[in-house]
Design a protein around this ligand. Structure first.
Ligand code: ADP
Length: 388
């Protein structure tokens, strides 16, 4: 069974003394018929041991949980075999109940897997609680075993579905990348030759624009869906100002009606990054500023060095963002109402940006501008100067 954290499960379980408020464990064995009836009626696996860890009582739910009826006097737990959630064997004398008794304290927060004699396995959370006499001496322990297999299976299924979806999207994106790059590149070459009559030239320009848009989608999908191994970034020193100028210049060539004033205060600032990721990051923020603001309004792009970081900002005069959108914008598939009204999109560009910035150890933000429009920006750690 895959190791899946259950920290997000709504399991706020009571302690043994909360479960049995009326039960006074005066002796390690459950001698009173009332106690036995009470524990049987619970319907959750419960057993008790003496101070040496020998089983003194278990209810029917525990027998069903273990898939066996241990002899009274068996040690620590009635499970046939025990494992950690990652599948490695867990010795009975190292189980949470054994720890609780050895250390004289209640043990919480552990998870384990029990195997029954018929080979079936059940994931569970134990709640071993030591029982003390009036003088505070440990006289035994009570353990409640909570079956969490259903939650495990649900988490595993969700995990597998996510992985399958990511794999599929990554495969499709890979397949699309090469042909779309070819279409985009050739359309650009044809346009740049400038020898075509107006009609075909406009058609070629449309092919180039749409191929570029498609290429952006493919690159974002690839970034978001590639597995963690593939996400090991090839970091190399990059002069961020140069990459920024190149992307902005290429953007301006493709969008002649748009002005993008560029203010680079620190042209030599170096960051450790993957060039392709930087281009995608800058390209995404620039094309959003373009998409969500009127063509006549300039987009101010700036780069400056502050406190060990290099900051790049994109200031537009467009539809702006609400303060409530500031965080959610970076979640996959989120699109603000105002954005939906004026353009299509998948809502994955900013989440790809966030992932890239995280991989590069930086930060990213969005904020409304006081006089309308939005500011998007990112900051990356400044690479240490080798001459220092
Ligand atoms: P898409 O642009 O395809 O919707 P993104 O992930 O790039 O996807 O952006 C997510 C959302 O963030 C957009 O739908 C829009 O609501 C908002 N957004 C992004 N950039 C801007 C911007 N420059 N101005 C206003 N809203 C923006």
């Amino acid at each position: 069974m895959a190791a899946i954290g259950l920290t997000n499960l709504p399991l706020d379980l009571p302690t043994a003394t909360e479960v049995f408020p009326a039960v006074r464990f005066e002796s390690p064995s459950i001698e009173s018929p009332t106690h036995r009836q009470f524990l049987e009626a619970l319907g959750v696996a419960v057993y008790t041991t003496d101070s040496e860890g020998r089983i003194t009582f278990y209810n029917e739910a525990a027998a069903a949980f273990w898939g066996r009826r241990p002899e009274l006097g068996e040690l620590w737990c009635g499970s046939w075999r025990l494992f950690w959630p990652d599948g490695t064997p867990l010795a009975h004398d190292e189980c949470p109940m054994a720890i609780a008794l050895r250390e004289g304290r209640s043990v919480r927060g552990s998870e384990a897997v029990a195997e029954r004699p018929d080979g079936t396995r059940v994931a569970f959370i134990p709640y071993p609680t030591v029982v003390e006499d009036a003088d505070g001496r440990v006289i035994g322990a009570v353990n409640v075993l909570v079956d969490v297999s259903r939650q495990y299976r649900a988490e595993e299924a969700a995990h597998a579905a996510r992985a399958a979806k990511d794999e599929f999207l990554a495969m499709v994106s890979h397949e699309l990348r090469t042909p779309v790059t070819t279409i985009f590149g050739n359309a650009r070459l044809l346009r740049e030759r400038g020898s075509l009559p107006d009609g075909p030239a406009a058609m070629i320009a449309d092919i180039e624009t749409d191929a570029e848009r498609l290429l952006g989608v493919v690159e974002n999908l690839l970034t978001l869906t590639s597995g963690t191994a593939a996400r090991q970034v090839d970091r190399e020193p990059q002069i961020l100002g140069r990459v920024l100028s190149r992307v902005v210049a290429s953007f301006e060539r493709r969008h002649p009606g748009r002005s993008v004033p560029l203010a680079i205060q620190d042209p030599h600032a170096i960051v450790e990054a993957d060039e392709g990721y930087l281009e995608l990051l800058i390209g995404n923020l620039l094309s959003n500023a373009h998409k969500y603001s009127p063509i006549a309004a300039p987009i101010d792009v700036g780069l400056r060095q502050v406190d060990g970081e290099v900051e790049v900002t994109f200031l537009d005069r467009g539809i702006g963002i609400g303060p409530e959108d500031v965080e959610v914008l970076f979640e996959s598939f989120y699109r603000a109402e105002a954005a939906r009204k004026i353009s299509g999109g998948l809502g994955i560009g900013l989440s790809a940006c966030k992932l890239i910035v995280q991989l590069l150890g930086g930060r990213i933000w969005a904020r409304p501008r006081p006089d309308g429009g939005s500011e998007f920006g990112f900051a990356l750690p400044l690479s240490p100067d080798p001459s220092d």
